[in-house]
Design a protein around this ligand. Structure first.
Ligand SMILES: Nc1nc2c(ncn2[C@@H]2O[C@H](COP(=O)(O)OP(=O)(O)OP(=O)(O)O)[C@@H](O)[C@H]2O)c(=O)[nH]1
Ligand SMILES: [Mg+2]
Length: 272
């Protein structure tokens, strides 16, 4: 999305400039005073509409591969929030909460990973299958046949992932998920996000799921990052509360484009 920045000594001069360059279609996003200068960021209604179209997800599909449930997988770098988001998706009314959800975990690498997901499974009473080999797939799918949606958690691994650690990728391919959400923290540097998009391309991510919006001052740059990754996005996460801190992405990203500028403190600091 094209966002232009206009600078002037007074607000109205900056706005005159906005109108002169972008015309009647201009949409002012953010206005900021920096020293003696007023900075206005603006775009056009056409740009905004195109942005919304690019990020809007198609309606959630039903099962597609001759099985009784749809599979939604979460992939992404270490600590991006995959397991926490999975719990929110499984428990939250804004996602699949209260319906028949099952969980498959492919994270048998990190110490404590199984215990982490087992805790949520016990709390929420959803069936959990932990898989480390492709031969375990048919049995697990059979045991989950009463579910409507199965969510798959995967290990966070970096570019130095070894051949042995790649086993989970083969299992994921075999599962043929209807949706693969690339889970990325919203505060990533754009070049790092672009690199990760490329790194995860072999897993064919269909959606972006941004986490940790609460850690980004004024949520500035969050919508631009989503635009850069260029995948439809259904949910965003903005905190550690399960399942509360999960939201529908469209309106939230649009709102983040024109976030108010008060003094910024991390959400936890506000609460205390
Ligand atoms: N502030 C904030 N913290 C979050 C959010 N989502 C997750 N976290 C925290 O981030 C940390 C890592 O979350 P996990 O869900 O374990 O991340 P993961 O991607 O499963 O990590 P690995 O399995 O090690 O790759 C935890 O402390 C979570 O509570 C969020 O939206 N905002
Ligand atoms: Mg995890």
């Amino acid at each position: 999305m094209r966002i232009d920045t206009f600078r002037a000594d007074k607000g109205r001069h900056a706005l005159d400039e906005v109108r002169a360059v972008l015309g009647d279609e201009a949409v002012v996003l953010r206005t900021r005073k920096v020293g003696r200068e007023v900075r206005v960021q603006a775009t056009t209604t056409d740009e905004l509409e195109a942005f919304q179209r690019r990020l809007r997800p198609a309606p959630l599909v039903g099962p597609r591969f001759g099985r009784p449930f749809r599979i939604i997988a979460l992939v992404g770098p270490t600590g991006s929030g995959k397991t926490t988001t999975l719990a929110k998706l499984a428990l939250g009314e804004q996602a699949f909460g209260g319906r028949n959800v099952g969980v498959i975990s492919l994270d048998t690498y990190r110490i404590g990973a199984v215990e982490q997901i087992q805790t949520y499974a016990d709390l929420a009473d959803f069936p959990l299958e932990v898989l480390s080999d492709v031969v375990e797939v048919p049995g697990a799918l059979k045991r989950l046949k009463g579910c409507d949606t199965v969510i798959v958690d995967t290990p966070g691994r970096g570019p130095r992932e070894s051949e042995d650690e790649m086993a989970w990728r083969r299992i994921l391919k075999l599962l043929r998920p209807e949706e693969v959400h690339l889970v990325l923290p919203a505060g990533l540097r754009p070049d790092v996000a672009a690199g990760l998009r490329q790194f995860y391309a072999p897993l064919a991510p269909s959606h972006l799921l941004m986490t940790k919006l609460d850690e980004v001052p004024y949520e500035e740059g969050v919508a631009e990052l989503a635009d850069l990754v260029g995948l439809p996005t259904r949910w965003v996460s903005d905190g550690q509360d399960v399942p509360g801190d999960l939201h529908e992405a469209g309106t939230r990203l649009l709102r983040s484009l024109s976030h108010d500028r008060g003094p910024w403190l991390p959400a936890r600091a506000h609460a205390s």
